[in-house]
Design a protein around this ligand. Sequence first.
Ligand SMILES: [Zn+2]
Length: 184
Amino acid sequence: MKALTYLADSDEGRFLINEIYNRELQVQFNDQMKAGFNITDQVLHWDPKRGLTIVDKDGNPGAISPALVLAHELYHWFYNMPGDGVLEEELATAYEGRIARDLGEPIRPQYNSFYDRNPDPRVYDSTASGTKEGGWRAVKNGQIEAGPEYDPDVKLITNSKWEKDDPENPQSIDSYRRNRDREL
Ligand SMILES: [Zn+2]
């Protein structure tokens, strides 16, 4: 799986990837923007096309890759930690951040460092991440590639349409929230 190969490029990531081969892991794939580890049935839920909007320590918006979201959930799985505890989330987020640093993705300093004005992106490639300055990038055939190929319909990092709430604009964040609420 491409996401695992990508994560294994990070020492921190490789640590948990190796554990997948040592222990049983059940992953339920979805296309509903759902990610989480269910401690009751031990199933990890993951949408390979869902990135996550974050804001870094300097306040810059960015999006982490679906692969990095998977790493976060793998941390919950490995330590069998529910996703609703504050400490557990900060630990999982810190782990995610160390991999982000290794792989050059934007870093979410705290669990709640979401960029509220941007929707979570849907990306073609599970390794795609983005920053406002750097645009979108993903790993393709082992190489870092950048460009709109990894930005199917979001343009959330660079397009100012997301910066303003505009009820007249069907693409506005309000519209997005309505749609999201319906989807989820
Ligand atoms: Zn979590």
